[in-house]
Design a protein around this ligand. Sequence first.
Ligand SMILES: [Mg+2]
Length: 324
Amino acid sequence: MDASTSVVSEFDLIRTYFTRPTRHAVLGVGDDCALLQVQPNNVLAVSTDMLIEGRHFFAHADPRQLGHKCLAVNLSDLAAMGATPRWATLALALPAVDTAWLREFSAGLFALANRFELDLVGGDTTRGPLAICITIAGEVPAAQSLRRAGARVGDALWVSGSLGGAALALQCAQGAVHLNAEQQTAVNPCLHTPEPRVALGLALRGIATAAIDLSDGLCGDLGHVLTQSGVGATIAYANLPRHPVFHELQHTALEQQCVLAGGDDYELLFTAPSRAQRTIEQLAATHQLPLTQIGMITSADTGLVVRDAQGQRLQVPRSFDHFA
Ligand SMILES: [Mg+2]
């Protein structure tokens, strides 16, 4: 069947590409609403992320990678709350029914959903400029949720994985920097197929005092934690886990911009009392994920301070703002 000329109704489209057996739903796709049962003593953690063609991803982006990424960014928000992924709904605007595109997109989406036993329980499709909006819900015991407001003076500041790789890949795709093929292969997955740190978020229940996922850049996202916790922070730039490709580039200004303010990393930034250091180091080993102490929480009056290896204060760059 020719993809561009096939006639597929909205109901066929949903049945074929977006209906799978559910694991945690009383009732999934197919009625006016899904019916969902939360475990006793848990609360629902709910978040929505919208991705628009030309704004959040390039036109003609690989549909399988897109299916992965639009779910990964939502899973990352659940990870940042310490929530177990359970359910999602998908609202999808498509310029035309392209069955090859739909097959790839849903394959990317469900490959990731299955890894976390997440059920797609509803949604909507319409004709329009390509836009993907996912609402995700997870469960967490209310007292164990990881919030932005819990950081305390003297807490250590930690980050998972490495920083700046996605921003570097974007700079390369936009022609602002040249990377050789090997370097592109190293950074492109950071931008196109980020790994949500769900297992780490769950493991940080009862350990982290505050957490956020890095979607808009380290300094900006840390700023949310500092504001909501009523504290400041000092970061040692030399301690930041930079993507390995930066070591080859030796381009200080570009590196600082990507590492301090680059978006799309989807790593977890969290705070914890200093006595938790051994426990966190053990978590890093268990999860085979680098966890790096990058600074300390200070009192609010010092604000956010970033110091280089010589102790000089670096200017804190602006982070990505969708309305700037
Ligand atoms: Mg977030």
